[in-house]
Ligand binder design. Structure first.
Ligand code: SF4
Ligand code: SF4
Ligand code: SF4
Length: 423
C-alpha cells in the first residue's frame, strides 16, 4: 500500500477535528462543550438513574415525580426544549421537536396520568401498560415492527424512543467522543448476543410462565436496564449512542428489519466530494463513504435513520429510500428534500405538522376517554393516587401545548443551509 503523504495525513486528521462551540449553539456536528455543560449532562444522567433506582429499590419519598421512573422524561422535556432552541440544522431541529413531544406525551403523560392496558397475545405475567412496544406480543410491538419494515429504524430509534431522546438531547456534549474506526465498527456485532436473549424472552412470554421462564425474564430485564443506565455514564469515553450501537436488543431487531425492509440510504459517487462530513456527524460510527463507495448505498442494521448525514451532505449525494419511494419513484429524499420538510413556509409542511399535532392530541384524548370508559380512576397504575386535579390539568396542558407547538413553533425560525461548511 502506498504510504500517505504529509498533506494526505493532514487532510485525514482534519476530517475528525471538531470545533469548540458555545453551549447555546448546537450544530449537527459534534462539538466540544465546556466542562460545565458536560457535568450538567452527567448530573442529569445520574438524576434519571436515581429516579429509576428509587422506584425500584430505594423506595424513598414515596417516589415523587422528581425521583421516579418518569423523572427521566421530565429531564428529556427540559433538555429537549433547549436542544430545539439551539439546534441549527432545521431537519434535526424538527426531529428533536417531534422526539421531545412523543416522549413527553406517549411515554410520560399517558402512562402516568391515563394508564391503560394494551391488547396483547401471550402470557406476559403483568398487564402491559401503553406503550409497551418493546414487549413481545403487545399491539404496539406489532405496529412498530410493521412501521419499521416500511420506514426503517428511524420510526423508533430516530424519532420516538426515550433512549434516543436522553442520549441525543442530554448526552449531546459527548457526541464528538463517538468511537470510530475499524475496530469500533467491527464491535457492532456484540448486539446480536442481546438479540438472541431477546428471542429467548419472546419465546418465554408466548408460553405459560414457569419458574424458569420467570427467572429468565427477570435476568433479561436486568441485562437491558443496567447497561441502559450505566452506558450513560460511559458517554465521555464512548460517545452518546454506545448502548444503541452495541447493547440494545430492540435496536438489533429493528436493524434486521432495516435490512429486509424498504429503508436504505442511496449514495451518488459522481457528486460526492469526499469531504467526510457524513461520517463525522454519524453518532452510530457508520463509515458512510466507505459503504457508499463499496455498495452504492448504506444499508446497515446499525443505521438509526437520524438523517444527519443526508441533511448535512453539502453535495446532496445521499438520499433516503423507504416505502414511499416504491409508491412514488420520482421522490428523492436528499438534503434539499429533508430540509424542505422543515421549511414552515411550505403548505405541505404545515399540513403534516398539523396532522402530527392532531395525532398527539387525539392519542391523549383517546387515552383519557378510554381510562374513564373502563372506570380506571386517575393514577391507579402508579403511586399517585392523590394527584390533585390541578396537577393533572397543568401537565395535560403542557402536553397539548407541545402538540400545538409542534405545529406552530420551532419550525418557523429555521435557517436554510447552516451546515458546518456553509452548505
Ligand atoms: S437502539 Fe434501542 S435504545 Fe437505542 S433508540 Fe433504538 S430501541 Fe431505543
Ligand atoms: S457528506 Fe456528502 S459529499 Fe461529503 S463525503 Fe459524505 S456523501 Fe460525500
Ligand atoms: S448513517 Fe446517517 S442516517 Fe444512519 S445513523 Fe448515521 S447519520 Fe444517521
Amino acid at each position: 500500500m502506498r504510504p500517505s503523504t504529509a498533506t494526505e495525513t493532514e487532510v485525514k486528521k482534519k476530517r475528525w477535528v471538531t470545533k469548540r462551540s458555545h453551549p447555546s449553539v448546537q450544530r449537527s456536528l459534534g462539538a466540544r462543550y465546556p466542562l460545565w455543560v458536560q457535568l450538567l449532562s452527567l448530573a442529569a444522567f445520574a438524576w434519571a438513574f436515581l429516579g429509576w433506582l428509587n422506584e425500584s429499590w430505594l423506595f424513598k419519598f414515596d417516589s415523587p415525580i422528581w425521583l421516579n421512573r418518569y423523572t427521566e422524561y421530565a429531564i428529556i422535556l427540559v433538555f429537549g426544549l433547549w436542544r430545539v432552541w439551539s439546534e441549527k440544522n432545521p431537519y434535526t431541529r424538527k426531529r428533536f421537536l417531534i422526539l421531545t413531544a412523543c416522549v413527553t406525551v406517549l411515554w410520560w403523560l399517558i402512562p402516568w396520568l391515563f394508564p391503560f392496558v394494551e391488547p396483547y397475545v401471550g402470557f406476559l405475567g403483568t398487564q402491559p401498560v401503553f406503550p409497551s412496544l418493546h414487549t413481545p406480543g403487545t399491539l404496539t410491538f406489532f405496529l412498530i415492527l410493521a412501521t419499521v419494515l416500511l420506514f426503517g429504524r428511524r420510526v423508533i430509534c430516530g424519532w420516538n424512543c426515550p433512549c434516543v431522546a436522553v442520549r441525543e438531547v442530554v448526552g449531546f456534549p459527548f457526541r464528538h467522543k463517538t468511537l470510530r474506526g475499524d475496530w469500533a465498527w467491527k464491535l457492532r456485532h456484540t448486539k446480536w448476543i442481546f438479540f438472541i436473549l431477546y428471542l429467548g424472552a419472546g419465546y418465554a412470554v408466548m408460553n405459560p410462565l414457569n419458574s424458569w421462564s420467570a427467572s429468565f425474564l427477570g435476568f433479561f430485564a436486568m441485562i437491558v436496564i443496567l447497561p441502559y443506565f450505566l452506558s450513560m455514564f460511559l458517554s465521555p469515553l464512548t460517545g452518546n449512542r454506545a448502548y444503541c450501537r452495541y447493547l440494545c436488543p430492540f435496536g438489533a431487531t429493528f436493524g434486521l428489519l432495516n435490512r429486509v425492509g424498504f429503508f436504505r440510504i442511496d449514495y451518488n459517487k459522481d457528486t460526492c466530494t469526499d469531504c467526510g462530513l457524513c461520517e463525522q456527524v454519524c453518532d452510530m460510527g457508520i463509515p458512510v463513504v466507505r459503504e457508499g463507495k463499496k455498495f452504492s448505498k448504506v444499508d446497515r442494521a446499525d443505521c438509526m435513520g437520524c438523517g444527519r448525514c443526508v441533511s448535512e451532505c453539502p453535495a446532496g449525494s445521499l438520499a433516503f429510500r423507504d416505502v414511499r419511494n416504491v409508491l412514488s419513484p420520482a421522490l428523492h429524499q436528499d438534503r434539499k428534500w429533508l430540509r424542505g420538510l422543515a421549511d414552515w413556509s411550505q403548505a405541505p409542511v404545515r399540513i403534516r405538522a398539523g396532522l402530527f399535532a392532531l395525532v398527539l392530541a387525539t392519542t391523549l384524548g383517546g387515552a383519557w376517554y378510554y381510562a374513564s370508559l373502563v372506570g380506571m380512576p386517575w393514577g391507579t397504575c402508579c403511586k399517585f393516587g392523590e394527584i390533585m386535579w390541578i396537577q393533572r390539568t397543568t401537565i395535560t396542558l403542557i402536553a397539548l401545548l407541545l402538540a400545538v407547538g409542534t405545529a406552530w413553533s420551532g419550525l418557523e425560525h429555521q435557517e436554510q443551509g447552516v451546515g458546518l461548511y456553509g452548505g
